[in-house]
Design a protein around this ligand. Structure first.
Ligand code: SF4
Length: 348
């Protein structure tokens, strides 16, 4: 079960230079002091819905490069959490940081203060993409960081981006292959967006950068998601969390508040198409899927059904849900019997 996260944002804290896609410097709100972090956690714990209190509760330091902050400041933030850990009100700590800011001394500090999860801003496993994004670290830093974190039994999360300058679909697939070899605990993937105040904004206005189109991003992420699923690596999130701040600053790029659902719908469309190709049904098709996946099969505004009707000249498509159908599977009933497919066995 995924933990409940109490997020503490430390905008731009510990960052050496501004990554090309980041606007935290431009929109940075006030950095919370360690004492205000304490009050925020207390208030968040009171607000937790009672039904969620049996889940793991994690305090997460996001928004900067935690382990690149001055050592004394890191310690001050980590110390604030200790009484909550000791009393059992908080179960663990998560931090987000850059891969080249994790020397042995820092790793010992994180262990000592009960940090469980470390999310690495990896973005790409192609050095040229990292260079163009002004990340200031290289692929070898990520490899070394993941190996050392895993040796010390930290849970490792990898944050990736698609569509950065210099990125291509092949480069994204190569990035995923390398990440899969490292076997992280989970992955997040965000399409690159052009945000007000980020250095990328100027490149975009002057025609030197074009973000991916939404359809392109869906095609990339569809392949990526299935690759990770086949390797049994959980995907914690696809696409940035829709927030008022994001919507206010968004200029261009493949943003959609329900991006993960669009990708799942694209996967179900391919599954349905495959079944109709191997088992033509005349003018009527009868699908069975799990109740939680009816909307994936239908697509937004019934878009998948309309496209399938059109492509296969079907007069009617019936969708029946059943809890007996495993999640991720689709069954097509035909006069000769049933044919089925699981999303992981899609042929790409
Ligand atoms: S993306 Fe992360 S590391 Fe880069 S400037 Fe923004 S907060 Fe700092």
């Amino acid at each position: 079960m995924t933990p409940i996260i109490i997020p503490i944002f430390l905008p731009y804290l510990g960052c050496r230079e501004c990554c090309i896609f980041c606007n935290q410097k431009a929109t940075a709100t006030e950095i919370p002091s360690p004492s205000s972090v304490r009050s925020f956690i207390e208030a968040s714990l009171i607000d937790l819905p009672s039904g969620k209190k049996n889940r793991e509760i994690q305090v997460a330091f996001y928004g900067g490069s935690f382990t690149a902050i001055h050592r004394e400041e890191q310690t001050r933030y980590l110390k604030v959490i200790q009484p909550f850990l000791a009393s059992g009100l908080i179960d663990s700590i998560r931090i987000s940081t850059r891969p080249d800011a994790l020397d042995e001394e820092i790793l010992s500090l994180l262990k000592e203060y009960g940090v469980k999860t470390v999310e690495l801003g990896t973005q790409s496993m192609i050095d040229e993409v990292l260079l163009l994004a002004k990340r200031g670290h290289r692929v070898e830093d990520t490899i070394s960081a993941v190996l050392r974190l895993k040796r010390l039994c930290f849970e490792v999360g990898i944050q990736l981006m698609i569509g950065l300058p210099g990125d291509t679909f092949d480069r994204f697939l190569k990035t995923l292959d390398q990440i899969i070899d490292l076997k992280p605990g989970f992955v997040r993937i965000h399409p690159t967006l052009v945000l007000k105040g980020a250095p990328l904004e100027n490149l975009w206005w002057t025609g030197r950068y074009s973000p991916l189109l939404l359809d392109e991003a869906i095609q990339w992420l569809k392949r990526g998601l299935l690759k990770l699923e086949r390797a049994s690596i959980p995907v914690a999130r696809i696409g940035l969390q829709p927030t008022k701040d994001l919507e206010r600053n968004f200029l261009a790029g493949p943003y959609h508040p329900a991006l993960h659902q669009l990708i799942d719908s694209a996967i179900f469309f391919d599954m349905a198409k495959h079944l109709l190709q191997i088992s033509p049904n005349g003018s009527r098709a009868f699908f069975h899927c799990h109740p939680k996946e009816v909307s994936n099969l239908r697509g937004q505004r019934n878009g998948n059904i309309l496209k399938l009707k059109d492509q296969f000249q079907l007069g009617e498509i019936i969708v029946q849900s059943s809890k007996d159908v495993p999640r991720g599977s689709l069954i097509l009933q035909s006069p000769e019997g049933e044919v089925s497919i699981h999303r992981k066995s899609l042929g790409f």
